[in-house]
Write a new protein. Structure first.
Length: 115
């Protein structure tokens, strides 16, 4: 899939020397895939103030967990297929939560002895 710009438009463009580098003087052709319209829609959405405030929360809530998973050695899935990948990711998340779960259980034991 490509977008072809008309040569007349390119001829008058002040950025022609940077953009159209064809030796034959042809106009620029930009290749995209079928998801380009979705990317453009998301870019327009992310310019809004509400979307930016929601995205800022992601940095605090979600991203540290993904960083910790990567730092523990996980770099990619070893299986194929959506269902199998979902299962492997569930195992990775369970292992990620294991220290937190163990700490919670230890604290419950400690506090149950006090009462």
């Amino acid at each position: 899939m490509g977008v072809h710009v008309w040569a007349e438009i390119c001829a008058d463009c002040p950025f022609r020397s940077r953009c159209c580098q064809s030796e034959k003087g042809h106009a620029r052709t930009i290749n995209t895939d079928d998801k380009e319209s979705l990317r453009q829609e998301m870019n327009r959405k992310m310019v809004t103030a509400s979307a930016q405030s929601i995205y800022k929360q992601r940095k605090v809530i979600v991203e540290p967990v993904f960083g910790q998973i990567k730092n523990s050695g996980f770099r990619g899935f070893s299986v194929r297929g959506k269902e199998k990948v979902a299962g492997e990711f569930a195992m990775v998340c369970a292992v990620q939560r294991l220290p937190i779960t163990l700490k919670t259980l230890q604290n419950k034991k400690k506090y149950s002895k006090l009462s």
